[in-house]
Design a protein around this ligand. Structure first.
Ligand code: SF4
Ligand code: MSK
Length: 614
């Protein structure tokens, strides 16, 4: 137990880590240990295998080679590696957006009968924004954003005018999403772009195409098809698994299939089948961002965040873990093999060793979802009760604060929030997002950073695995206002909202951008002038690199909890942590200790307040 406590602050995870260790199962924490010491060249960003004269590496201590075979310096290598991470992250989010847009197009063409438009008012607003008259014209216009050869991407026009002008002046106002990603891959090929500043600017441009393009498309179109989230209560942590029911975990990022799984789980035919197997029903629980999507739209409980995926299987109570794309550990195949659990992959893009592939297509979505749930139900009989160990740990949470829901909670206008910011009751806004990473004690960075912010009257907005960590800690409840400073507590109590607002999944950081733009516009300033700061205390994915880049490009000072592989180039590191402030009005900082990270954010918020005369 002592070892488990060093790995995670979450009681359910600690219990399952003990169970896993006793059963001789390997988890991400064990595999990290086996990787140590991790490659110092990789950590510094100083290895390159972009051509077959390499792989090349540069000695950061000046004793070995200072250039690659082609002559690439540390600055070039670090910048190119960083750009390729941004490209991968932007591609992941944007392909998610593309899948949502494709489903919407098929639905509009009458080819995806399982789907419908659930928020027609939002669809109308989007039609007005695009200047089109019909649903199908909107679907085609949104699809066209990906391949546009010339800009701009429509949603980037939601940024404050000053921000748009700055992007244009810097040459980073993005064109089509695919074009920017392709241009990164071209420019980082051997012998193309070798100016680190010029390279980084292209990274920022592609990241803006992600945040204000691909991710925002995913959010907006999913809202149209599945409904715009409204506050709803649910429960979070491994204790949401039900010993008496068929447990189906849906894990990954895209709600396109999982929406259908949720529907299929209440299909009378499958419920009868579950009963015939001796189960008390079918229990669907989310994991990671697919979990966030269903949690905030339907109140479907979430079993945990990124580092809990293996622990969920180790409960022995999961009939099927159904995955789509992103953040799914390939380790799940071997682990599921130790139990009766079926590991089911569904995306044409993502197959895994040890998984059963039940491919999903929009045209036959509900039928596939039914087949998947049926496979889970029939697997209930194979469960070994002796292996079942579900931690009795779960927390209540209030989730679903889309921008629309926040405005509604404020009484139909942003004014009460603006007044609270001006009076100082709300000192500022902290956007805390991102993954888990076993390099940092699980949830420790998330929870402590957020608690310190609210204690200091900083209203927190959250997405992704941070949101799940906060939910497990009870921070997403209105009662958590008691942990906030007096000013924030008063505002939360008056509105009946938590001091930490769950805004959704990773792509829903786009909601935070929209909120920031609306507040900046209302105050007549740019986003970089706002008393606001961002943080990703336990980030690990390339998507997080793209997110960090677009958040900073949008003008939000951002503190990272794990060190990105850029320290091999003091020039690139300096540009990101200092130089960027004079270019885009915001920069990065790195601070693994969460209380210190919160301090950096609060200091930034205070200095912004001073500049605004607040
Ligand atoms: Fe080495 Fe240059 Fe090829 Fe990279 S691109 S592997 S630094 S020769
Ligand atoms: S799921 S990208 S681990 S937040 Fe979005 Fe969590 Fe990070 Fe995946």
């Amino acid at each position: 137990m002592k070892e488990a406590r060093e790995k995670s602050i979450d009681q359910a995870s600690q219990e399952m880590l003990v169970v896993a260790a006793r059963a001789g199962l390997e988890t991400a924490w064990d595999r990290l240990e086996k990787q140590k010491p991790q490659c110092g060249f990789g950590e510094a960003g100083l290895c390159c295998r972009n051509c077959n004269m390499g792989p090349c590496r540069i000695d950061p201590f000046g004793e070995g080679p200072s250039k690659g075979v082609c002559g690439a310096t540390a600055d070039i290598m670090v910048a190119r590696n960083l750009l390729r991470s941004i490209a991968a992250g932007a591609a992941a989010h944007s392909d998610h957006g593309r899948d949502a847009a494709k489903t919407f197009l098929l639905l509009s063409q009458g080819k995806a009968p399982s789907y419908q438009v659930r928020d027609s008012a939002k669809m109308q607003r989007l039609m007005d924004e695009y200047g089109v008259q019909s649903q199908i014209a909107l679907a085609e216009a949104v699809m066209a954003e990906f391949g546009k050869q010339d800009g701009p991407i429509q949603f980037t026009r939601r940024a404050p005018k000053k921000r748009q002008e700055l992007w244009q002046k810097l040459g980073i106002d993005p064109r089509g999403i695919d074009r920017e990603i392709v241009e990164i891959m071209h420019r980082t090929h051997i012998g193309v772009d070798n100016d680190y500043v010029h390279l980084i600017l292209q990274g920022l441009r592609a990241s803006i195409a992600d945040g204000w393009g691909g991710s925002m498309i995913a959010t907006e179109i999913q809202d149209v098809m599945f409904g715009t989230p409204k506050p709803v209560r649910s429960q979070v942590n491994l204790g949401v698994l039900d010993e008496d029911k068929v447990n189906v975990i849906i894990h990954g990022h895209e709600p396109i299939l999982s929406e259908m799984i949720v529907a299929a789980a209440s299909d009378p035919e499958l419920l009868r089948l579950a009963e015939a197997q001796g189960a008390a029903g079918i229990n669907v629980a989310g994991m990671c961002c697919t979990g966030n999507e269903l949690l905030m739209r339907h109140g479907v409980p979430t079993a945990g965040n990124f580092l809990q995926q293996e622990l969920a299987v180790a409960t022995g109570a999961v009939e099927a873990i159904v995955v789509d794309v992103q953040c799914i550990m390939p380790a799940l195949g071997a682990l599921a093999g130790c139990y009766h659990t079926k590991f089911i992959s569904t995306s044409p893009k993502a197959k895994f060793p040890g998984a059963i592939h039940m491919e999903f297509h929009e045209e036959s979505a509900y039928e596939t979802a039914k087949d998947i749930v049926k496979a889970a139900v029939l697997n209930y009989a194979n469960r070994n009760p002796a292996k079942v160990r579900i931690p009795d740990v779960k927390s209540d949470a209030m989730v679903g604060f889309s921008v629309e829901a926040i405005v509604e909670a404020l009484g139909g206008t942003l004014d009460p929030l603006l007044e609270a910011i001006k009076s100082g009751a709300v000192r500022g806004i902290g956007a805390v997002v991102g993954c888990n990473n076993p390099k940092i004690k699980h949830d420790y960075g998330h929870v402590n950073l957020v608690k310190e912010l609210i204690k200091n009257n900083v209203l927190v907005v959250t997405t992704g695995c941070n949101a799940i960590a906060c939910a497990k800690e009870g921070l997403l409840l209105p009662e958590a206002a008691d942990l906030a400073g007096e000013g924030l507590k008063g505002v939360c109590k008056a509105l009946g909202v938590p001091p930490v607002l769950h805004m959704g999944s990773c792509v829903d950081i786009s909601r935070i951008l929209v909120a920031a733009a609306a507040i900046a516009n209302a105050l007549g300033v740019d986003i970089s002038d706002l008393p606001a700061a961002g943080a990703a205390p336990e980030w690990m994915s390339e998507k997080a690199v793209s997110i960090g880049a677009y958040v900073v490009s949008s003008g939000v000072y951002t503190v990272l909890g794990t060190v990105p592989p850029v320290l091999g180039s003091p020039e690139v590191a300096g540009l990101l942590t200092e130089g960027a402030a004079s270019v885009v009005g915001a920069s990065f900082a790195v601070e693994p200790e969460p209380i210190q990270a919160a301090r950096l954010m609060i200091d930034h918020i205070d200095s912004q307040r001073k500049k605004l005369g607040l």
